[in-house]
Design a protein around this ligand. Structure first.
Ligand SMILES: Nc1nc2c(c(=O)[nH]1)N=C([C@H](O)[C@@H](O)CO)CN2
Length: 121
């Protein structure tokens, strides 16, 4: 299956379980792969036939900027659900990195894969 991807999308957010984390915003980085049949926009050369990575990116930035979860797991799950439900994507692979959260590590975080068929109601 073809993919449309968004790599290294950085968004500042309120995220974390510790008191000091509830008083600041921290950078988060999203790497996202979305299954999509790119033969259709390739044939028409029309942006309306694409899975528009700019539209998806803007939606993620808007959502993450106003979010305030404790765990990266929760945020990753919500962003994956938005991609599946609002953009008609059948399968998404999402990596959410929290750079600098652990001394000595470049980044920590989670990787998830979700399908529209198995999305929890
Ligand atoms: N699996 C997770 N482990 C940890 C998380 C998390 O969201 N998921 N969060 C923290 C703290 O908020 C940490 O990022 C602060 O440095 C610790 N472990």
């Amino acid at each position: 299956m073809d993919k449309v991807f968004i790599e290294g999308l950085q968004v500042d957010a309120l995220i974390g379980i510790y008191d000091w984390e509830r008083r600041i915003r921290q950078p988060l980085v999203f790497d996202i792969e979305m299954a999509f049949d790119n033969r259709i926009p390739a044939a028409s050369d029309a942006i309306g036939d694409t899975l528009n990575y700019k539209a998806v990116s803007k939606r993620i930035i808007a959502y993450v900027s106003q979010s305030g979860f404790g765990l990266v797991e929760t945020l990753a799950e919500r962003v994956a659900a938005i991609i599946l439900e609002e953009f008609g994507v059948r399968h998404v692979r999402l990596k959410l990195s929290k750079p600098g959260a652990v001394r000595g590590a470049r980044a920590v975080g989670v990787m998830i894969e979700r399908s529209a068929a198995t999305l929890q109601q």
